[in-house]
Write a protein that binds this ligand. Structure first.
Ligand code: FBP
Length: 322
């Protein structure tokens, strides 16, 4: 039985980075218990507050955010944190080597209906810069030293990369240990499955309109293939499906708010998921370039996302270049 620590040692990950990762994972185990208790623990429903994105927070958004913030602040190797639920970065330990950026509960709209959600994390080097300053965190996705998510579904699972491939672990409820269950996962290059919120179709730009209508045209259409569709409304669950059986996940720009490039956030959704997808042989782009090559300008900036099976994402990209 191989645990997270076994794999971190196998990949020669430094003790300090391992410490930061274990801090995130210990919090995720507590979040998993809270989600399983749900209404019994009185943690379902809205918190009646709005976050910096103008979204109504769920009670568990706030609880999981505070738990991670408190624990990471106590972890000596962590210089600072940034979160979907925090307007500004939070400085932690002056001598800390790492910045931890996270989405405490991705897929929040699923919490009250007992559907899969997850915690997404991205770890960057602090470079001795001031962790209370937003600029310190504005590093492109290729600077990530680790990225992953914990999926709270029928099983609680961890998917992680430290730049040496992607490994998947399952939380053993008996030992409360994440145990390795899939090693060095690779995404199939081609697929017959796509995920996009079709209800936004009328707002999409022409390349996405054309590509998606060709997907829907099936065998008789220009792509000459019958595609199936999925939408779980939780990016963690979509990416997990793609790591396991291929596919393409899209959340494109749309003209509802023309100046807002899509819904998903670059620093704590786009970049960590892109590191996992690329490390597993897939592709992740914004319609023009690889997401991890984008130079960030703001902690909460948004990014259009097209990720998954390499050949299919290249196909989607070709519609943008046509
Ligand atoms: P949160 O992190 O606020 O939950 O938002 C992101 C997200 O829930 C993604 O996980 C998911 O892919 C998408 O928004 C769902 O969007 P929509 O509500 O348009 O279906």
């Amino acid at each position: 039985m191989q645990t997270v620590q076994t794999i971190l040692e196998k990949h020669r990950v430094s003790d300090s980075l391992a410490q930061a990762i274990h801090c995130v994972l210990d919090c995720s185990k507590e979040i998993s218990v809270l989600l399983q208790k749900g209404a019994m623990a009185g943690v379902l429903g809205s918190a009646e507050n709005e976050n910096v994105q103008g979204e109504t927070q769920k009670k568990l958004d706030v609880i999981s955010n505070d738990l991670l913030k408190e624990r990471l602040a106590e972890c000596p190797v962590v210089a600072g944190i940034a979160s979907e639920e925090e307007d500004l970065p939070v400085a932690a330990n002056e001598d800390g080597q790492y910045l931890v950026i996270y989405d405490p509960l991705d897929g929040s709209s699923n919490i009250d209906i007992n559907v899969t959600v997850g915690t997404i994390f991205s770890i960057l080097p602090s470079r001795g810069e001031d962790p209370s300053k937003e600029a310190t965190y504005l590093q492109n996705g290729r600077q990530q030293v680790a990225a992953g998510y914990v999926l709270y579904g029928p099983a609680t699972m961890l998917v992680m990369s430290t730049g040496k491939g992607v490994d998947i672990f399952t939380l053993d409820p008996t030992s409360n240990e994440f145990v390795l269950t899939q090693e060095q996962v690779q995404i199939t290059p081609s697929t017959k499955e796509f995920a996009i919120n079709m209800s936004n179709q009328r707002f999409w730009a022409e390349p996405v309109q054309t590509y998606v209508s060709d997907l829907l045209a099936g065998e008789e259409g220009p792509l000459a293939k019958r595609y199936n569709m999925r939408w779980i409304a939780a990016m963690v669950a979509e990416v997990h499906r793609i790591l396991n059986r291929g596919g393409i996940f899209m959340y494109p720009w749309d003209n509802r708010e023309p100046n807002k490039p899509g819904k998903l956030r670059l620093m704590y959704e786009g970049n960590p998921m892109s590191m996992l997808v690329e490390q597993a042989g897939g592709l992740s782009v914004n319609g023009e370039i690889n997401i991890m090559d984008i130079e960030p300008e703001k902690i909460h900036q948004r990014v259009p996302v097209f990720l998954g099976s390499k050949e299919e994402v290249e196909k989607a990209l070709s519609y943008h270049k046509a």
